[in-house]
Design a protein around this ligand. Sequence first.
Ligand SMILES: [Zn+2]
Length: 359
Amino acid sequence: MSASSTQRRLARPQSSARADAARTQSAASPPRRTGWWAGAVVLGALLVAVVFVALQTPERATPAQVGSQRVVPERYDAERAFGYLEEICAIGPRISGTEGMHRQQEMLLDFFRRQGAEAELQSFPARHPLSGETLTLANLIARFYPERPKRFLLCAHYDTLPFPDRDPINPRGVFLGANDGASGVAALMELSHHLNELPADVGVDMVLFDGEELVYDNRRDPYFLGSTHYAREYGAHPPAIPLRAGILLDMVADAEQQFYLEKNSWHYARPVAREVWDLAGRLGVRSFKSRVKHEVRDDHLPLNQIARIPTIDIIDFDYPRPGPRAMSYWHTQQDIPENCSGESLAAVVYVVHQWLLTK
Ligand SMILES: [Zn+2]
């Protein structure tokens, strides 16, 4: 995706210290400038409290009781989700039209079929931006419960940028796209384990877009090839059961997760954005911040503008953290699994799944 530089400049700076403070809110701060006796009293009180809590707590505390870091129930499996992200990254770069992408497609077709979906590739031709040759790209569509009348779109892009063009050291190096590429796919893979709990009339179409950023020159090459093709097909041949709303997941695995309301989502699909962020608030998932920030051009634009499916983008554009002088791993060689987290994936899966359960 690309972001408007104006909007990025206008974004209110937020210090990394504040973000760090928010993440570690549950940690008690030590008493300062007090005598040894005060320390002893505090220590004693803490000890009593710990013993009391230990006696009161059933054999296993539910995650919601533990603190802000553990509001996500354990069945949204952070380890499994992170395993998926690593499995995708182990393929190497997944640039549109390359062997890496083909291997990923085979792996995912097999995976989603085993998860019970009707999965297929939606192929389309595209011009290679450098060589001019015609490539065959393909979106991957996995339909769960295709006969059900209330359908929702969950999507992500699964191609990776050809080069880490914002890398300060080696902009022609290897771009792995752990967050920008693998994270949305890994989240949908984890989510597929929970779809057997949907309301009886709710079905899901998962769509992985190819050619989101087959971009060598961002002033010249077109973005969103796969989502544009999908949206045009959807408009030209509307399905018997329309998609009521959509959620795009992009850059959702940042170890320092923070999701702001994205401007285009707010413009095109405000009711959906409100539902999701309000729900996240009720669930206590604090990485969803109820403030509009960042205008991101992403696959949700063709879905809203061409297919007219009200679709929001859940995206953490501050990777790893906000601030005008903060470093960014976006489109660099630092976009690797080590800078991502399974807990972040589980948190977004939890919110999206719970949103589906309200339908
Ligand atoms: Zn990107």
